[in-house]
Ligand binder design. Structure first.
Ligand code: SF4
Length: 696
């Protein structure tokens, strides 16, 4: 009897950090239809428009199907030999700090793990960073500083169970639509559920708000200092919690004490009576969640903004309980999985530290590796600066398009032009970045990749390889393993993502000697078939809420509050550059459009780039709706039609981040941002560039 052909595969959406489960209906092994998985805890059957059109993006047009060296096709052994040889020679000639990997939240956890193992355990450098640096690294740094470990202490149910939800720096209605739908539904079911939306721009998300604060860009830390001040003055502190479970509360409260309501109202340019109402509500309710995203993180003081939020939750004891906590929402499908395996230049696998010799020794011993990085590597922007100044000679870019997404495009171009070897693994043959590749490696795409991802609420889900790899495409973990083995390194003899996953899960068990919340060691015993059929699982695996017992991951078990002094953005307007340029997403596109750009229906929502400008400013400048305008500063210019809209503040402009060379190279907005970063997290300030605007 012939083998039964499966009719359904369960996988995970390729886009945002909500991490929705998808049911893929198969016909003769080929995907024919897609819908949300009813039993997935992220979405319970829902999908947004991007997820619903995933199958429109899987055709082979534009796929890279064979390896290429200097634009000449070759076979895999030749390509692997070449990359291994270039890596070894570069290290031999210039040392381990002369090589770098720049990876992506689009990679699966298994890919991320193997790439980090090679760089940190075998090449001896920590120069591996990720495009997640642009997304939530400020949140990561602040969780680690305040709670002792990069643990998001909330889950999606908290958003439905809370009394008060403060959404700040997030247009979730467009960026995390399924989560927003859950919030909308909770609000319908519970009229007492209060929602505050804080954003310089009036977005669809603000439609749901009881209070919408159209805040001055960059002033968020003052809002939360004001909240802490109000809590201290109005019996809103949880003194028992502060005493038993925190350190340094007094310094934080003292620093916040000058932030009276009047001062915050003036600094943030919002009404004082709204502040009074919001602060009073936070003080009175039992449960409150602060939900934040890129609007907080993408700042030259992003870490301090995140810490100001966490301060309020620690001070009021609204953390570690149902319906409460500081909830950073990740942008990408596997930003969280990357964080778990030490996917950033300042992290080590399993939530361990590169700067703690006991941690590095434990990881090296587990890996049996010849070396181990003992200091943080270059973070994303720094990494490209080092390429541009000639310190880094070899870069391997995996599944990301930094020419469009990183700030200061001219710097990125200089960096890639100056590198002696630029390896790019991608499923696409042509991207703005691929044009600079000396070696092009065909990687599998979403429906072919097989492994795991972790969403914003710490739920690990399987992404399943439904289709066979197209052409000669290989999985990223396989490509990295092949190069590692070619370099003579043992420890990379993986035959499947299952083998990688159980090794990583074992390592989280080793990390328990350092008291980590992340512990996947029970999953290390999964058989191949158990891994294949694995259902979504949230960590901690014991079902306990992180920090529910008031014990944090710091050395003394206490969380730490920080004294915060709000800072203005570094990139300030001038007489010649009088407008602030903000950036973000549109509803139906993703990142640099290399995937969503293939789905015609997703292009219908917004067919072209646009510059949003307040009617007052448009009148002052003599500009009219639909007119082509030029937005410029010292770094370059973009050209797009004007959308006159009172959703933006006077003196501010807004543009979407997505447009690549294929769709509108004249509208690549990231080129107008300086390579200015938060000094702790290294996250670029991608929401606040000074620009001029004129008719084109
Ligand atoms: Fe995919 Fe995010 Fe939409 Fe869910 S909400 S379907 S994960 S893009």
């Amino acid at each position: 009897m012939a083998d039964k052909v499966p009719l359904l595969a369960q996988s995970t959406c390729a886009y945002c950090g909500v991490g929705c489960g998808v049911d893929i209906q198969l016909e003769n092994g080929q995907a024919k239809a897609i819908k949300g998985s009813e039993d997935h805890p992220a979405n319970f059957g829902r999908l947004c428009v991007k997820g619903s059109h995933l199958l429109d993006t899987i055709d082979l047009s534009g796929r890279l199907l064979t390896p290429q060296i200097d634009n000449t096709p070759c076979d895999w052994p030749t390509a692997v030999d070449h990359v291994a040889d270039k890596l070894a020679r570069t290290i031999e000639q210039y040392g381990p700090e002369s090589v770098a990997f720049y990876v992506s939240g689009q990679l699966l956890t298994e890919d991320y793990y193997v790439a980090n193992k090679l760089m940190k355990g075998y090449l001896g450098s920590a120069n591996i960073d990720t495009n997640s640096r642009l997304c939530m690294s400020s949140a990561v740094a602040s969780y680690t500083m305040a709670l002792g470990e990069d643990v998001v202490p909330c889950d999606y149910q908290d958003l439905e169970q809370t009394d008060l939800l403060i959404m700040v720096g997030s247009n979730a209605a467009w960026t995390h639509p399924v989560l927003y739908q859950r919030i909308e539904r909770a609000k319908q079911l519970n009229p007492d559920f209060k929602i505050v939306v804080i954003d310089p721009r009036r977005t669809f998300t603000s439609d749901i708000a009881d209070h919408f604060l159209q805040i001055k860009p960059g002033s968020d830390a003052a809002f939360f200092n004001g909240l802490l001040c109000y809590l201290a003055n109005n019996d809103g502190l949880d003194q028992q919690f502060l005493l038993r479970h925190t350190d340094d509360a007094e310094a934080a409260i003292t620093a916040a004490s000058e932030w009276t309501i009047d001062k915050v109202a003036s600094y943030c340019q919002v009404p004082a009576d709204s502040l009074t109402d919001i602060y009073k509500t936070f003080c009175q309710v039992d449960k409150a969640v602060t939900f934040y995203s890129m609007g907080i993180n993408q700042s030259s003081s992003g870490v301090e903004k995140c810490l100001a939020i966490i301060n309020c939750h620690l001070a009021s004891g609204k953390i570690g309980k149902p319906g409460s906590g500081p909830f950073s929402i990740t942008g990408q499908p596997n930003a969280m999985g990357g964080r778990e395996v030490g996917g950033m230049a300042n992290q080590l696998t399993a939530h361990l530290s590169l700067t703690d010799s006991a941690h590095t020794a434990a990881v090296q011993s587990f890996w049996q590796s010849p070396t181990i990085a003992s200091k943080p590597g270059a973070k994303a922007v720094d990494l490209f600066q080092k390429m541009a100044n000639g310190e880094i000679k070899f870069v391997w870019i995996m599944a990301t398009n930094p020419m469009v997404s990183l700030p200061n495009r001219a710097l990125v171009e200089q960096a890639l032009s100056r590198c002696e070897t630029v390896v790019v693994s991608d499923c696409n043959e042509h991207t703005d970045t691929m044009d600079f590749a000396t070696v092009k490696l065909p990687a599998t795409s979403w429906l072919e990749k097989d492994g795991t991802v972790t969403n914003a609420q710490r739920t690990i889900s399987r992404q399943r390889g439904v289709h066979s790899p197209a052409g000669a495409a290989k999985h990223d973990w396989q490509i990295v393993s092949d190069v590692a083995q070619k370099m003579g390194f043992s420890g990379f003899d993986y035959q499947s993502p299952h083998q990688v996953f159980v090794e990583y899960a074992q390592l989280t068990g080793v990390a328990q000697q350092f008291n980590r919340v992340l512990d996947l060691s029970p999953l290390a015993s999964l058989s191949t078939s158990q891994y294949q059929t694995m259902k979504p699982v949230q960590w901690p695996l014991n079902g306990q809420r992180p920090f529910a017992n008031g014990k944090f991951s710091t050395s003394n078990g206490k969380a730490k509050l920080f004294a915060i002094t709000p800072k203005a953005p570094v990139q300030q307007t001038t007489q010649a550059l009088p407008f602030v340029l903000n950036s973000g997403r549109v509803r139906d596109q993703w990142h640099t459009m290399t995937r969503t750009g293939k789905a015609d229906k997703l292009g219908l929502h917004q067919t072209q780039p646009e510059v949003m400008m307040h009617p007052f400013d448009a009148e002052q400048k003599g500009l009219s709706q639909g007119e082509l305008v030029r937005v410029s500063n010292d770094l370059g210019h973009v050209i797009a039609p004007l959308n006159v809209s009172n959703t933006v503040r006077v003196g501010e402009l807004f543009m979407a981040i997505h447009w690549n060379q294929q769709f509108a190279s004249h509208a690549n907005v990231s080129q107008l941002y300086q390579d200015v970063v938060d000094p702790i997290s290294g996250q670029p300030e991608s929401k606040h560039a000074p620009v001029a605007i004129s008719a084109h």
